[in-house]
Design a protein around this ligand. Structure first.
Ligand SMILES: *[C@@H]1O[C@H](CO)[C@@H](O)[C@H](O)[C@H]1NC(C)=O
Length: 259
């Protein structure tokens, strides 16, 4: 009995020291960002001359996110294949990585790349691409990367989703009251905040990373509060190919993450 107790103690201790909530090494995170930007960023430019938006999630063996970084990182996810898929606006689902670009043209029907990875596209899709990736290695190191910060208007806007759900309910009730056939457009959720729980619940080290504030949201007074909702669920960083800043410090979003 005593031995079993000691054994359980040791196992617990090693779980704790291997870091249930271990964070990704920040220097490594910058190197990972460099890999994304140099190997996987799809070609093209926005109207304002910036790089195009894309989002990537990886799940790699946890030791690869420590302070040793291998040049063979993500060697099973071929750079040209991924770029081609992203340039064609296809969802890429590989061995250690899923990636997407925004899809669709009109602002209301557009599927933003973060949503394409974190949320289900249709009713017949049971598991999101990121959940699928997490299931492959529950202790792996997970980095969710988006070139631009998630947009305030849709991706971080819980009010818009609530309004949409209310709109659907009301229209449905009205049609039913009149005894008319119910022909109501279903509410489509676009806010990623609730979906981040799958990252919070992941056992391995994890990080949510962006490289620049989305240009439409710079100077928006709501940005700090919205990013805080992300950072409270997953450690949030702003990373260039050289360095990273942790966005939450003393319960506040630091200025470098707001501009
Ligand atoms: C969030 O959605 C609501 C409802 O559509 C809208 O009034 C508000 O401006 C949106 N917030 C942002 C920051 O775009």
């Amino acid at each position: 009995m005593v031995r079993t107790g000691v054994l359980i103690g040791l196992v617990l201790l090693s779980l704790l020291s291997s870091g249930q909530s271990a964070e990704v090494d920040q220097n490594t995170l910058a190197k990972i960002t460099e890999v994304f930007q140099t190997r996987y960023q799809p070609s093209g430019e926005t109207d304002s001359g910036g790089g195009v938006q894309y989002a990537v999630a990886i799940n790699v063996p946890a030791d690869q996110c420590g302070d040793t970084f291998s040049q063979n990182f993500l060697s099973q996810d071929d750079s040209n294949t991924v770029k081609q898929e992203l340039t064609a606006n296809h969802l890429y689902q590989g061995q250690h990585m899923v990636a997407a670009t925004p899809k669709g043209v009109s602002s209301t029907s557009k599927i933003h790349s973060e949503r394409a990875l974190l949320m289900c596209a249709g009713f017949n899709q049971a598991v999101t691409p990121v959940q699928n990736l997490l299931n492959k290695d529950r202790g792996g190191c997970v980095v969710f990367y988006t070139y631009n910060s998630p947009c305030l208007e849709y991706c971080l806007n819980q009010t818009k989703d609530e309004n949409e759900r209310n709109r659907e309910t009301k229209q449905r009730e009205r049609a039913e009251k009149k005894g008319k056939p119910v022909n109501v457009a279903p509410a489509v959720a676009k806010c990623i905040l609730n979906s981040l729980s799958m990252l919070s619940n992941h056992n391995g080290p994890k990080a949510f990373v962006f490289s620049q504030v989305y240009r439409n949201d710079i100077n928006n007074p709501e940005l700090a509060a919205a990013l805080k909702k992300v950072a409270e669920q997953v450690p949030l960083y702003k990373c260039t190919t050289n360095s990273c800043v942790k966005c939450l410090n003393n319960n506040e979003i630091v200025n470098q993450c707001l501009s």
